[in-house]
Design a protein around this ligand. Structure first.
Ligand code: UT7
Length: 332
């Protein structure tokens, strides 16, 4: 089987740290409530860099870590649900920022599951032999979507970017499970901000309905309880299924890197998976939930700290708006 080899990883952490105490200045909440319900103490926010600029910083760090130049990259995949532009896509902007030329550039959006989907796409392109070295960047500036009057959601999210450089891993295992439940989309969404510029004619009421989006819905809308319930089951089931597919057991896995949404979601899902706490990576306390950036930022921190060792079997697992979910197992 041909899996992947992660040659290097890098992250970009925004400069501004919004603490729980700071949130109490403009919403009715407390450090105690947020810490005990979510595990988050601080979320990083980017007042000075657009999403594509954060993505480019993470990409540069990943190239450095991998010992690769931008010219050696022959495919760029960006996962984001908070792009700065409708078009061009973020991957083209990253390509320009890092000085890569000519390679295909695509964006994907499966919200917080984005990195797992992107890795899967990369793995398949690498397996065909069409491309040798792929840059994956997951970057999110959720501060541009969040309504800071909504205490049920604004406490969770932060900004950040993570990137990896991957090549084919000859004879390395790689297994994945991906899925989506589109009928649950209303549990977590943010509508595009159409301007009311559509010419009005008799008979085009459907279009008018699209245009007249209440301003509120152009900010992140979330049914926290519904997402919570979905997340625990979806993560536990995805890990169970990917283990079955691989023929491995949870004891064969050296490290689980889950989407960093809420410590209680992670703990409940892991309890179902029967995985030991010390095998699970978390950093949400200091980053908040940075959607698809959580996992690659985690991988870059794990690499930098020396905790990742060649030969380790890693399990990534996540869920997000869609609602989407996914898990994969690969050898580092
Ligand atoms: O990447 C995926 C992103 N989304 C998620 O992961 C969301 C998953 N869901 C969650 O993490 C949790 O549902 C939340 C942390 C969002 C909320 O926690 P909860 O334990 O489900 O609280 P709740 O919504 O049931 O609210 C309980 C109470 C309510 O008050 P009443 O009606 O009982 O009086 C809320 O109004 O807590 C209140 N509340 C707050 N109180 C203080 C809600 N938000 C806050 C707050 N501070 N920030």
């Amino acid at each position: 089987m041909n899996g992947i080899t992660i040659l290097g990883a890098g992250g970009y952490n925004p400069s501004f740290a919004m603490t729980n105490e700071m949130l109490t200045e403009f919403i009715d909440t407390s450090d105690e409530w947020i810490s005990s319900r979510t595990g988050i103490k601080t979320r990083l926010m980017s007042p000075d860099k657009a999403n594509y600029q954060m993505a480019a910083e993470a990409a540069k760090a990943a190239l450095k870590s991998a010992g690769k130049t931008a010219e050696e990259i022959d495919f760029i995949i960006v996962s984001t649900c908070s792009p700065d532009f409708y078009y061009p896509n973020m991957a083209c902007l990253v390509q320009k920022q890092i000085g890569a030329t000519g390679c295909p550039c695509i964006d994907i959006n499966t919200a917080c599951t984005g990195f797992i989907n992107a890795l899967d796409i990369a793995r398949n392109y690498l397996a065909t032999g069409d491309y040798k070295t792929i840059l994956i960047v997951s970057s999110e500036r959720l501060s541009s979507h969040v309504d800071y009057n909504d205490r049920g959601s604004c406490i969770l999210f932060g900004d950040g970017a993570g990137a990896v450089v991957v090549e084919k891993g000859e004879d390395k295992p790689y297994y994945s499970i991906l899925g989506a439940e589109g009928d649950m989309f209303e549990a977590l969404y943010c509508k595009a901000n159409y301007k009311p510029n559509f010419p009005k004619f008799d008979g085009n009421e459907v279009f008018n309905e699209l245009i007249d989006t209440p301003e509120k819905e152009c900010y992140l809308q979330m049914d926290g309880k519904a997402v919570y319930k979905f997340a625990v089951d979806a993560m536990a089931n995805a890990v169970d299924k990917v283990l079955q597919k691989s023929g491995l057991t949870i004891d064969d896995i050296d490290l689980v890197v889950p989407h960093q949404a809420n410590i209680r979601i992670i703990q409940s899902a892991l309890k179902k998976m029967k995985v030991a706490d010390e095998k699970v990576f978390t950093n949400l306390e200091n980053h908040g939930n940075t959607s698809s950036a959580c996992i690659p930022v985690g991988l870059s921190e794990l690499m930098e700290s020396g905790r990742l060792k060649r030969g380790m079997k890693i399990c990534l697992v996540g869920f997000g708006a869609g609602l989407t979910y996914g898990a994969c197992i690969f050898e580092y």
